[in-house]
Write a protein that binds this ligand. Structure first.
Ligand SMILES: N[C@@H](CCC(=O)N[C@@H](CS)C(=O)NCC(=O)O)C(=O)O
Length: 182
């Protein structure tokens, strides 16, 4: 059985929902609010990073959205989400690596703050700190001027790779795509 811990707005979770839809796989949903439930002990046993998504397959967790995509493609190979050509497969991994290692990290604090702005602005400073639970990480990123430069640089690089690659269709969708997100 497949189970997916996810949240509606999370782009990382949307990636996995697209893959599941594309492969026509049924799964049990665990919809998270990300307003503290990501820190529940039971959830952190599945995903020690306290983020979504987490896929659980026959009781065994798989974390990290890109790793989950590769896992699903290996375990449920039809239809394949990867191109057949090894060079194009390498291009898919390279594109994902850029997103995982740079793009997401540089913008995650801002996107989290934007998505939860309404909720966060209604809390006191102490409540906000308790809710975020990672004051060091969040505060450090916000205080750093590099954050804004990182976001700009990484997104420019993402756009450059996407625009200049002859395999750009393959990078995003492999040889076929009809996904419908639910
Ligand atoms: N590298 C991770 C990132 C996951 C991630 O940051 N998820 C966000 C939503 S897009 C989250 O759960 N945030 C909750 C939090 O930071 O407390 C992945 O690709 O799965």
């Amino acid at each position: 059985m497949l189970e997916l811990y996810h949240s509606v707005n999370s782009v990382c979770a949307q990636k996995v929902r697209v893959a599941l839809a594309e492969k026509g796989l049924d799964y049990r949903e665990h919809l998270m609010t990300l307003r503290g439930d990501q820190f529940d002990d039971a959830y952190m046993k599945l995903n020690p990073n306290a983020v979504v998504p987490t896929l659980v397959h026959d009781g065994r967790p798989v974390i990290e959205s890109s790793v989950i995509l590769y896992y699903l493609d290996e375990v449920f190979p039809n239809p394949s989400l990867m191109p057949r050509d090894p060079h194009q497969r390498a291009a898919v991994r390279q594109y994902n690596k850029l997103i995982d290692e740079y793009v997401h990290n540089s913008c995650s604090i801002l996107t989290f703050a934007t998505a939860f702005r309404g909720w966060l602005s209604g809390l006191t400073a102490d409540e906000r700190t308790a809710a975020i639970r990672r004051p060091g990480r969040v505060g450090g990123r916000i205080a750093s001027n590099r954050s804004y430069d990182d976001i700009r640089t990484n997104h420019q690089e993402l756009g450059r790779q996407y625009r200049t690659s002859p395999e750009r269709r393959a990078k995003l969708v492999g040889d076929s795509l009809i996904a419908c997100i639910r």
